[in-house]
Write a protein that binds this ligand. Structure first.
Ligand SMILES: Nc1ncnc2c1ncn2[C@@H]1O[C@H](COP(=O)(O)OP(=O)(O)OP(=O)(O)O)[C@@H](O)[C@H]1O
Ligand SMILES: [Mg+2]
Length: 308
């Protein structure tokens, strides 16, 4: 009797465990389904028929032609009737107060949004002929709110060109360009160091150190266009000077779009466009704009005064 009762209660436990396992199997299956349906998401950006795509003209850079743009659900225009031509190897800086539309222009260039009116052209071809994948292959961009990947340092940089993720030499070369090599030297595990606090042994970095890593990401791929949205906002003065000393070489022959609020950075560009409420207020070289005595000259003078 004792034997039967013991066996019965034991098997009850076993069945209970079995049912629990089936239950969690089902639950995990649901999560996996979410993951797989996420992987299957296709980009919904329409791409024009490639058969009608005109030939590219390498002597042309980027053109915004009468572009208007409104964010969904907003009534005011973020970009208003903007026309801008960027030469085939020009370095253009965008300046302007917060909310002037600098980041929006970059998003339009990467087809993260479509212009409401007007067109954007790359090498003389309407951007609507380019799939987002192709654009990401040809345009390297680091956004203001770049991602801090809680992963090893080498991968954080390698994500700038996933096709070279295993290429350690390339990763280290990119790091040397942005000063991220110094960050790696400061960590006991070097490029293998886990960054962020999500995992055990992960090291949290300072804002400027993260930024150096993000900047190295931009130098990983050999892209035709380099877009840097406030790349040096968190860098100390010495680090910023170092980067821009190398900058001319780094961006040789490339189109570079640079957004910055620091005029010491901005003046390195060939031309500077001052944006105001989605429009271009003035455009020209540093010397031209200073001579003009407009907004740029005023703002430059304001920042310079702080150093006297
Ligand atoms: N995702 C969004 N949805 C709705 N409105 C947006 C969105 N992003 C930006 N805006 C609006 O568009 C305008 C331009 O914003 P944008 O981010 O281009 O400014 P910015 O010049 O990059 O400013 P900052 O110097 O602060 O980076 C702002 O009025 C902003 O409120
Ligand atoms: Mg911005």
């Amino acid at each position: 009797m004792t034997l039967y009762i013991t066996l019965f209660s034991q098997s009850q436990g076993t069945f209970q465990g079995l049912l629990d396992n089936i239950n969690s199997l089902y639950e995990n299956g649901l999560f996996l389904e979410n993951l797989f349906s996420f992987f299957e998401l296709k980009s919904e950006v329409p791409v024009l028929d490639q058969k009608t795509r005109p030939a590219e003209d390498p002597s042309r850079g980027i053109e915004f032609r009468g572009v208007w743009f409104q964010y969904p659900g907003r009534t005011e225009w973020a970009v208003e009737d903007l026309t801008l031509e960027i030469g085939p190897s020009e370095k253009l800086a965008l300046v302007g107060e917060n909310g002037a539309g600098k980041t929006t222009l970059i998003k339009l260039l990467l087809r993260l949004y479509e212009p409401s009116r007007g067109a954007v052209l790359f090498r003389g071809v309407d951007l609507r002929y380019f799939s987002p994948e192709e654009l990401h292959q040809r345009i390297g961009a680091i956004f203001q709110d770049f991602v801090h990947y809680h992963l090893p340092l080498s991968e954080n940089i390698g994500f700038g060109a996933v096709e070279h993720l295993e290429d350690q030499a390339r990763i280290e070369a990119a790091a040397a360009k942005s000063g991220a090599d110094e960050v790696a030297r400061g960590l006991p595990e070097g490029y293998k160091a886990m960054l962020g606090r999500w995992f055990d042994k992960g090291s949290e970095l300072s804002g400027g150190q993260w930024q150096k890593i993000a900047l190295a990401r931009a130098f990983m791929g050999d892209r035709e266009v380099l877009v840097l949205d406030e790349p040096t906002a968190a860098l100390d003065a010495g680090a910023e000077y170092e980067i821009f000393r190398k900058f001319q070489d780094l961006s040789e022959g490339k189109i570079t779009l640079l957004v910055s609020h620091r005029f010491s950075t901005v003046r390195m560009a060939d031309r500077i466009a001052v944006l105001k409420a989605g429009r271009i207020e003035e455009i020209g070289s540093h010397a031209e704009l200073l001579a003009r005595g407009g907004t740029y000259a005023k703002l430059f003078e304001l920042q310079a005064q702080g150093y006297r």
